[in-house]
Design a protein around this ligand. Structure first.
Ligand SMILES: [Fe+2]
Length: 134
């Protein structure tokens, strides 16, 4: 079973993943507003992926017989200067998420938590794929 500290950190990560989706949906809305439908669609797909990430952590906590906590989300940016500004913000956001996943992995290693390490390996590979897309 995972530790209380790990449960808390994974619950926080669910919020971060959902916020990523929220931010990408806002980016999709901006792209649609300047008639860049292809980019809007790209960010809509990203939003679905972020929800999938959140749900992967959600189910993991339940499988570990711990309690999920769903938190409120921050307001994402809604105004962007240009498509370049959107891509730059998305890139910076993915770097932040990579840092969060790496911190979770450090905690899992320090706690000899091999089950969570195995789950996080999937996320680390996924972050590498996200960089390839940008
Ligand atoms: Fe994610």
């Amino acid at each position: 079973m995972i530790s209380e500290k790990m449960t808390e950190k994974i619950n926080d990560q669910i919020k971060h993943e959902l916020f990523s989706g929220h931010l990408y949906l806002s980016m999709a809305a901006y792209c649609a507003s300047i008639d860049l439908d292809g980019f809007a669609n790209f960010f809509i797909v990203q939003e679905q992926e972020e929800r999938f990430h959140a749900m992967k952590f959600f189910h993991y906590i339940i499988e570990q017989d711990k309690d999920v906590k769903v938190f409120g989300l921050d307001q994402p940016e809604t105004e962007f200067a240009s498509l370049e500004a959107v891509i730059d913000a998305a890139w910076k956001h993915e770097q932040k998420v990579t840092g969060l996943i790496n911190s979770l992995m450090e905690l899992a290693i320090s706690e000899n938590d091999f089950a969570t390490q195995s789950l996080l390996k999937w996320f680390i590979d996924e972050q590498v794929e996200a960089y390839k897309l940008q």
